[in-house]
Write a protein that binds this ligand. Structure first.
Ligand code: APR
Ligand code: PHB
Length: 393
């Protein structure tokens, strides 16, 4: 097969890139190792930055998002029993975030690509990337037991943390920056109405908890747990009791709605950045290049900002012959990646119980949270990062 842009991976990165290129008349082929049902079934995060909402709506993907997305104008930070709200619109010139599950974004993207008769192949696993040093990229992949190749002008490695693209960059060129956090997140989806209109990020003496949601009838909650904890160690009752305890605040009773937990799992927490994000005619996009801890709700949003930069760069190249965009792709995306990695690291460091932390460490965290929610300047800092920094900061 031959195309202009070969895309490995049909997560948010690969699907949105293919969609945006299609709107500019640029041809692509997407190969995805998993089945369509598996890709759609993956449970991931659910908060869209303003910029993510804008690019989805502007590219014709806003119908369900506008109907089912929950626009949120603030979050609550809870620490030492003190609950304080950060307002977004008043601090960010009217910006907000939208709660809309990543799986819904993926469903909308797959539907749009299939409606456009895209060359989107599921259960097609890329095994090798060749020809990068010669300027003639070829993707080798297997489907239905047969070997195939895609000859293309450029390759977008949208194949996530466990993909093959990053490995196609020579070791002597690649630098990896990594930090593992000494805890994980136990996440649940439950048939229960959210217990609060907005998200609650709680720092407690026993650990972090987060209250989120997916719809008026489905709540999404997280509990800090040991990094090697096993979901089998937790009964539903223990999960609800822990959440209820961690969301209590001074002077008012907090009622946690409970219900049937239909999805639960434990994820590790890490920060991971690869430099550079381009090698010859290969571009790393999204989780293939970087991972952020979910505390700042940035994973998918950072992937989509990579896509916005690359789609514009490839459009400028194919339409006007300008290589300025592709030549600055890595530098531009890495700057934003480090800004977002810093925010995600800061939120994680401020809100979680660290094993090595003593009473002094907890007091410093409380002072950080007190300042972040009492000072207008500090609230503005948190709000502008949470709703999403401008692409051209
Ligand atoms: N060949 C084909 N597809 C592959 C291969 C391969 N060798 N290796 C991985 N993939 C696919 C995976 O099955 C997955 O569907 O690439 C896709 C990568 O998607 P994501 O991991 O979702 O990464 P990305 O699209 O960058 O989106 C980032 O997804 O995982 C979340 O938290 C993350 O919210 C962030 C977002
Ligand atoms: C979620 O709803 O899954 C979610 C929300 C905010 C976060 C992380 C996850 O910071």
């Amino acid at each position: 097969m031959k195309t202009q842009v070969g895309i490995i991976g049909a997560g948010p990165s690969g699907l949105l890139l293919s969609h945006l290129l299609h709107l500019q008349g640029i041809d692509s082929i997407i190969i995805e190792s998993r089945s369509q049902d598996y890709v759609i079934g993956r449970v991931r995060a659910g908060v869209l930055e303003q910029g993510t909402v804008d690019v989805l709506k502007e590219s014709g993907l806003g119908t369900r998002l506008e109907k089912e997305g929950l626009e949120h104008h603030g979050i609550e930070l809870l620490f030492d029993g003190i609950a304080r709200r950060i307002d977004f619109p008043s601090l960010t010139d009217g910006k907000a975030v939208t709660v809309y599950g990543q799986k819904e974004v993926v469903k909308d993207l797959i539907a749009a690509r299939q409606a456009a008769d895209a060359k989107l192949f599921f259960e097609a696993k890329a095994s090798k990337i060749e020809g990068l040093a010669e300027g003639k990229p070829v993707i080798h992949f297997e489907k239905d037991g047969e070997q195939h190749t895609i000859t293309c002008d450029y390759i977008a490695g949208c194949d996530g943390f466990h993909g093959i693209s990053r490995k196609a960059i020579p070791d002597e060129i690649l630098t990896v920056f990594e930090r593992e956090y000494p805890f994980g997140w136990l996440g649940i989806l439950a048939e229960a109405a959210p217990s609060s209109e907005e998200l609650i990020y709680a720092n407690t003496s026993e650990g972090f908890a987060l209250h989120s949601m997916r719809s008026p009838t489905v709540t999404r909650n997280y509990i800090q747990c040991a990094p090697d904890d096993d979901i089998k160690n937790w009964t539903d009752d223990q999960i609800w009791e822990t959440l209820n305890r961690r969301f209590q605040r001074n002077g008012e009773s907090f009622h946690l709605n409970t219900g049937n937990i239909f999805e639960k799992g434990i994820t590790a927490m890490r920060s991971f950045v690869t430099e550079p994000m381009r090698y010859e005619k290969l571009f790393l996009v999204g989780d293939a290049a970087h991972i952020v801890p979910p505390t700042g709700a940035k994973g998918m949003n950072l992937a989509i900002s990579d896509v916005r930069v690359l789609a514009k760069a490839l459009t400028d190249l194919y339409h006007d012959g300008s290589e300025e965009g592709i030549d600055t792709y890595s530098e531009k995306c890495l700057r934003r990646t480090w800004l977002v990695t810093r925010f995600s690291w800061w939120m994680t460091s401020m809100l979680h119980k660290f094993p090595q932390d003593d009473a002094f460490g907890h007091k410093i965290q409380v002072a950080q949270l007190d300042y972040a929610t009492a000072s207008l300047a500090a609230q503005t800092t948190l709000a502008e990062n949470y709703v999403g920094l401008p692409l051209d900061l």
